[in-house]
Structure formats: structure tokens, C-alpha cells
Design a protein around this ligand. Structure first.
Ligand code: SAH
Length: 365
């Protein structure tokens, strides 16, 4: 099964035949094995702040969510968790936060420098839309990777659910290009089944993963958060392309993507086939919609990374992007034990080292 064009991708997204789907899983698994091997890389996820200046209609961290108790970890707390991640054998620490300007450029640069001086870990940042100077400063401080999902390539839908701050328009595609140019390994991705997302746009999203030559691709099902405008059904999604699932006519309904577990596996599998060398996590959102074996199925259908949470309990429960997150009550130690067991049970190996993208050498092409 070769790389595909948008029409073929869309057909796969609409596929319901179980036998055909099992061919898709097999093909994605074979591409994964051939290009990135059997290793599953573990990235310790550290949610360093839940402050956010943005008002994204889907996300619980939104500045409009007054019910949320806000926190920002101290530098020492962060370093302690990073050392814990190292002790568990993780090769990377991923620091994620809302768009929080209380995280100043220099403060985070200093933390990155400390991590690089004290550990051999790769550092991934996911801080939202920050000015070019910040991205550059953090890269110079030693940060290796940056994650910024473009969420959907449908501009109108994106602007509706992810409003810009007045006078602060950032284009995430532009940012992804900048990040690459600055020398980061770059990750992006989308939510699967956001209200108003059509099969056509989702197919285009997957095609874009390849055009952007992403090093990492993160996809997970959209999970409704009742504390958000989308969750409350308050958002007017406008024209026919943007009618939410629950209000759509039967015909329109068939054009919008459900936020299901199955649809997410299809996107993971197609992403692997389109981007054979990328690092693709089996995400927490996937584990949330299928606690029994969502993570394993993601790994068996194209993924090669998992991101165990190393955020201290007291903060983790407050990083509530969506409700009912998997593994919320497991300590970092329990989480690593559980995940290592799950990886072994499906016959995969634990990754060693930083697990960066392995690009084909020029000689090999
Ligand atoms: N502030 C950073 C990190 C955001 S949280 C940024 O904007 O990049 C990380 C990811 O969680 C988001 O990119 C989004 O894709 C996902 N997310 C947010 N709300 C969600 C929801 N309700 N369901 C599923 N995923 C969600």
C-alpha cells in the first residue's frame, strides 16, 4: 500500500468493511516496522502550567474557564520531575502548557539549559503560539523539538474554534515552517471529529502531514468538554461545511467526521503510511476513549511512541483539557510500570536513547 492522494485517503476514512480495514492496519504496521522498527519511545509528559491567554472553544484551559484553579510549576519542581523521568529510562521530556506569558522567555530558557546540563534527555516544548524570538532563544538554550498541532486545515473552522487575540495573529503553518528553519524537530497534528470537520478536510490534513514533512504527528479524538463553548453547543459553526454534527441534516451528517476511536485509528494508520519515518504517539486521548487497550491498538496500527505523564498529582488533575483523562490517578511510577507492561505484552521493545526522527541517509536514497 503506497502513499495516497487525498481522494484515496478520504475513501479510507469512510471505509466500513472490516476486512479492508484489517488490511489497512496490517499495511500501517508493516510500514512502521520497516521504517522505525519495533522500539516504542517513551516521552515523559510534564504539564508545567495551565494558565492560558487563549479562548479556544474546545479546550478546558481556555482563559474563559473561570472554574479552573490555575498553577504554574516552579523551576525546581520541574527539574525534580525531569530527573524522575530520567530514572524511569525515558529519553525525552515534553514540557507542555497553556499559552502562558507568565512563562517568560528567559525563565524557560534557563530551565532548558539546566535540563541539558544535568541530564542526557531530549527536550520537547509545546507552549502554543509564541514569538519567533522565544522559539529561537529556547532552541539556542538546547530545546530539541516543538509540538504545535494545526488542529484543522479548514481555515474557517479553525478561526471559529481558535480565535486570535486582537492584533496578535499567528499562522500555525507559518510557525511550523519557522520552527523547522530554526532547527527544531517539528511535530503537529489534529483532533479527529471536531464538530464541523468534514472527511474532505481531514483527508487534506493527512496530506498536509506529508507536505510539511513532519518529524512527529500527534492525533487524538476530540473529547467534548462541558465547560467549553463547543461542549455547551454555544458555537455557531456557520455555513453548510461547518454545521455541527448534532444539527446536521442526514446528508450533511455523512460529510462530518465522528470523533470515534475507530476513526482515530484510521488517521494514525494513514499518517504512518503517508509519513513512514515520523514519530507517532499513541495518545492519552485514545487511551481515554478505550481504557482497556486503546494505547496498544494505536501502537499496533502505526504508532511508535507513548507519553507517560510525569506531572505531580496535585497539578495533573488541574490540567483538564477534557474530562475523564486516562491514567489521571496513577502516579508517575505506576504509569511507567503499566505502560512498560503493555508494550512488552504486544511484543514490542522499549526505545533507548532520545528517539529522534531517523531520516534516511542521503546514501540510502
Ligand atoms: N497550548 C498548547 C498546548 C495545548 S493542549 C497549544 O496550543 O499548542 C495540547 C492539545 O490538546 C491541543 O493541541 C489539542 O489538539 C488537544 N486538545 C485540546 N482540547 C481537546 C479536547 N477537548 N479533546 C481532545 N483534544 C483536545
Amino acid at each position: 500500500m503506497d502513499a495516497k492522494d487525498r481522494t484515496e485517503i478520504e475513501q479510507w476514512l469512510r471505509e466500513t468493511d472490516e476486512q479492508r480495514l484489517s488490511q489497512l492496519w496490517t499495511a500501517a504496521d508493516a510500514v512502521r516496522r520497516e521504517h522505525v522498527g519495533d522500539a516504542v519511545h517513551l516521552r515523559g509528559l510534564l504539564e508545567i502550567s495551565n494558565w492560558c491567554v487563549r479562548r479556544c472553544a474546545y479546550c478546558g484551559l481556555s482563559a474563559d474557564n473561570r472554574q479552573m484553579q490555575r498553577y504554574r510549576m516552579s523551576a525546581d519542581e520541574i527539574l525534580q520531575c525531569v530527573h524522575e523521568a530520567q530514572a524511569y529510562g525515558y529519553g525525552t521530556v515534553v514540557m507542555q502548557a497553556g499559552e502562558d506569558y507568565g512563562i517568560t522567555t528567559e525563565w524557560l530558557a534557563q530551565i532548558v539549559r539546566r535540563i541539558k546540563a544535568e541530564t542526557p534527555l531530549a527536550v520537547t516544548l509545546s507552549m502554543g503560539e509564541r514569538p519567533h524570538e522565544d522559539l529561537q532563544t529556547w532552541r539556542h538554550a538546547g530545546a530539541d523539538r516543538y509540538l504545535l498541532r494545526f488542529e484543522t486545515s479548514d481555515r474557517k473552522l479553525y478561526e471559529t474554534i481558535h480565535p486570535s487575540r486582537p492584533g496578535q495573529e499567528y499562522d500555525r503553518f507559518d510557525m511550523l515552517r519557522q520552527l523547522k528553519q530554526i532547527g527544531y524537530e517539528v511535530g503537529s497534528g489534529v483532533m479527529v471529529g471536531i464538530p464541523g470537520q468534514t472527511y474532505g478536510t481531514l483527508a487534506r490534513d493527512i496530506e498536509l502531514f506529508r507536505e510539511l514533512d513532519l518529524d512527529m504527528i500527534g492525533v487524538g479524538p476530540y473529547i467534548e468538554n462541558p465547560l467549553t463553548p463547543l461542549g455547551k453547543g454555544e458555537i455557531d459553526l456557520g455555513g453548510p461545511e461547518l454545521i455541527p454534527k448534532q444539527d446536521a441534516s442526514a446528508t450533511l451528517k455523512s460529510h462530518t467526521v465522528p470523533n470515534t476511536e475507530l476513526m482515530t485509528y484510521k488517521v494514525v494508520a494513514l499518517s504512518r503510511i503517508m509519513c513512514p519515518e515520523a514519530n507517532i504517539p499513541s495518545t492519552t486521548a485514545l487511551a481515554t476513549v478505550n481504557r482497556a487497550n486503546g494505547r496498544e491498538l494505536g501502537l499496533m496500527r502505526g504508532a511508535n511512541v507513548v507519553m507517560p505523564n510525569v506531572t505531580p498529582m496535585e497539578y495533573r488533575t488541574k490540567y483538564e483539557i477534557y474530562p475523564g483523562k486516562a491514567c489521571l490517578n496513577e502516579t508517575a511510577n505506576q504509569c511507567q510500570g503499566c505502560l512498560k507492561g503493555r508494550i512488552a505484552a504486544i511484543g514490542r521493545e522499549l526505545g533507548t536513547g532520545c528517539g529522534g526522527r531517523r531520516k534516511k541517509s542521503i546514501d540510502a536514497i
